[in-house]
Design a protein around this ligand. Structure first.
Ligand code: NAD
Ligand code: UDP
Ligand code: UDP
Length: 323
């Protein structure tokens, strides 16, 4: 049974100026909480939170989580970390520092405040998975020294830290393993497949398929994901996770490209590019645990979510073309 937490809380969201963080903040403010957004604006932007500038219960602090942070809050969502391969490989050392030092600092903060802390972990902890679909008990197939390792191993070490603070310091932790999520406010140039394809289609450019396009992913619409994160944070004390959050409907990248061409009405074709190093071949979450523990499952179908995402990028095309 989920706890009833009706009181007004002061909630810290690290990475709050990013794609997921800004949607999470919208939801928390709408529920009546006070939100402190901490972000160094590496991949996030003030534009994602500019509609909150005058909100009386919202505060923004520009800060890098690899440095200590002394604030007073009741709950912490730790989302700070570049999330797309293009961005996290740009400065891989900083990516590992953000995951590991960032986790230590946020866990130290939670320990001092004796408050709950949720970690935005990732399906990348499963690497190029040998088990399909992936359950939380699968330990993964991860290259420790490749170009994706700064992110994958950084997030794995962060999970280790979360569980050690839980066992050693009795901290209340919640670990969400997030699978590919998409929607409005994705960075238009972060190289992720949905934003790349939608922007390419709206420009009338060919869509870039890496490899043969037979690799698969399962795409979760942002509103569903945020609902899962909030349910996990509010779950019983005994629930630590890790819990998979994602949409189990699986598509090949070629199918996704064809869908986006048809839904934008673009005249674009497809072009092939080489496959990135260590690109996982398939990925689909087993979400039985999220169903039984949180009563959660995604509601938004890919076609509907893509339509909302296309409408967002369409409304920003002039600005994107001018950059
Ligand atoms: P995003 O890049 O839009 O947001 C990340 C935010 O963290 C940005 O605003 C960025 O400026 C900030 N940030 C980065 N390094 C920081 C640092 N050192 N200090 C303070 N802020 C910092 O990405 P997103 O998609 O919103 O991802 C949010 C979280 O969810 C990340 O931790 C990511 O690993 C995780 N996640 C996302 C997905 C997805 O599909 N979107 C999947 C799995 C996991
Ligand atoms: N920390 C922080 N804010 C706090 C408390 C701690 O940023 O309110 C950081 C601090 O930099 C510390 C880290 O969290 O190094 C880990 O804290 P912990 O108490 O676990 O370890 P210690 O302080 O003993 O190194
Ligand atoms: N991808 C692609 N064309 C693009 C961008 C990505 O074919 O323009 C592929 C990529 O190789 C991967 C999948 O789409 O197989 C998802 O890539 P993304 O970077 O969005 O996420 P991740 O690899 O982290 O799941």
């Amino acid at each position: 049974m989920a706890r009833l937490r009706e009181s007004r809380l002061r909630i810290l969201v690290t990475g709050g100026a990013g794609f997921l963080g800004s949607h999470l903040i919208d939801r928390l403010l709408a529920e009546g909480h006070d939100v402190l957004c901490v972000d160094n604006l590496f991949t996030g932007s003030k534009q994602n939170i500019e509609h909150l500038n005058l909100h009386p219960r919202f505060e923004f602090m520009r800060h890098d989580v690899t440095f200590p942070l002394y604030v007073e809050v009741d709950e912490i969502y730790n989302l700070a970390c570049p999330a797309s391969p293009f961005h996290y490989q740009h400065d891989p050392v900083q990516t590992t520092k953000t995951s590991v030092h960032g986790a230590i600092n946020m866990l130290g903060l939670a320990k001092r405040l004796r408050c709950r802390i949720l970690q935005a972990s990732t399906s990348e902890v499963y690497g190029d998975p040998a088990q399909h679909p992936q359950t939380e008990s699968y330990w993964g197939n991860v290259n420790p020294i490749g170009p994706r390792s700064c992110y994958d191993e950084g997030k794995r070490c962060a999970e280790t830290l979360f569980f050690d603070y839980h066992r050693q310091h009795d901290l209340q932790i919640k670990v969400a393993r997030i699978f590919n999520t998409y929607g409005p406010r994705m960075h238009h140039a972060d190289g992720r497949v949905v934003s790349n394809f939608v922007v390419q289609a709206l420009k009338g450019d060919p869509l870039t398929i890496y490899g043969d396009g037979q690799q698969s992913r399962s795409f979760c619409y942002v509103d569903d994901l945020i609902d899962g994160l909030i349910r996990l944070m509010r779950s019983d004390d005994s629930v630590t996770g890790p819990v998979n959050l994602g949409n189990p409907e699986e598509f090949t990248i070629k199918e996704l490209a064809e869908k986006i061409i048809s839904r934008t009405g673009a005249a674009s074709g497809l072009i092939r590019s080489p496959s990135p190093v260590d690109d996982p071949m398939q990925r689909r979450p087993d979400i039985s645990l999220a169903g039984s523990l949180l009563g959660w499952r995604p509601e938004v179908r890919l076609d509907d979510g893509l339509d909302r995402t296309i409408a967002y990028f369409r409304s920003r095309m002039d600005e994107i073309l001018a950059i």
